[in-house]
Design a protein around this ligand. Sequence first.
Ligand code: NAD
Length: 365
Amino acid sequence: MISDVINAKDLPKLDPVFGQLSFDDHEQIVFCNDKDTGLKAIIGIHNTVLGPALGGTRMWQYNNEWEALNDALRLSRGMTFKSAITGLNLGGGKAVIIGDAKTQKTPELMRKFGEFVHSLSGKYITAEDVGMTTDDMDTVREVTPYVTGISESKGGAGNPSPITAYGVFMGMKAAAKFKFGSDVLEDKNIHVQGIGHVGEALVEHLVNEGAKVTISDISQERLETVRSKYNVTIYGGNDVYSEEMDIYAPCALGATINDATINKIKAKIIAGAANNQLAEDKHGKMLQDRGIVYAPDFLINAGGIINVYAELENYGRQEIIRKTENIYNTTIEILERAKANGVTTNTAALNMAKERIEARKKENS
Ligand code: NAD
């Protein structure tokens, strides 16, 4: 898993909480501290109009508390829109634990964190994110039912990555239908950047469909493994952005569409799993101006949240697949709306998510 934490030096000095750059009318922010276990955590609850705020817990060695707070704020906001656009009755939340997951994470610390989650009586439901494992969620489950992503043997829905990859595949096919008039990916040149849990599963779908796949990763070992398993080509150049290709699938870091890359990109479609692919909103507009179809990340990478939602709603595999396949229809709708309204695809997706929240607010009032 990868983090795309905002660097502290980029954060202007603002009021401590409500004045933060990433503050967006969040409903509640909870600071958790426990001296005995060393736990220092922040739970961001952005919006609970559609349902309890669900989002993973990230454990990361932040340079300072500002970075941690901004990460919690930004990530929890993102979850609100991801669930809203996917049609789930969930709000947006996210937690961060400050510390090194490799050296500072203990079962005691995780249980204490679980007690804080429990104290919110279900307003926030946690799950796995960077620095967390299914085992950690099982530990949290010992002290609270407000946790998802627990192991299958304990009644959980298991690893979300294959479902996330399937949703990305659906979103990519929809973007192809919109751009090329056909959603068949056979013979399309597709580059998958980052072949971790999601990237590898995506490669498998693409290869099965007959696409011409190239892969890149910072891990040589991963490259060799995926090449030998799927007979795909390892990218041999040194600037993947300038390469001619039909589809670019970012499945590693966020913010790869930025000032340095935007004018080089030759792909006709961008569709991948990474969170926060656009460094800034203006990059969405620049893609639109150049006729590059961008399938919004928070729309097409929602398979993971669909998978954990199944644990709460007790729906099975079939419904998980049905909801994930629906990403295809929603992507088409968003791309058409963006075109009709002359807005970026990201804005169209955000607007659709906000409309659903506003409609529910009216129903509830
Ligand atoms: P992962 O850690 O399993 O895989 C990421 C891969 O990217 C690794 O193989 C890593 O070596 C590679 N990588 C790192 N830096 C790179 C670089 N600069 N260039 C190329 N490759 C690089 O993570 P994952 O679970 O597969 O998630 C991938 C992305 O999708 C992340 O951004 C994650 O936030 C997002 N995402 C994942 C899920 C999920 O269900 N796992 C759900 C939604 C979004």
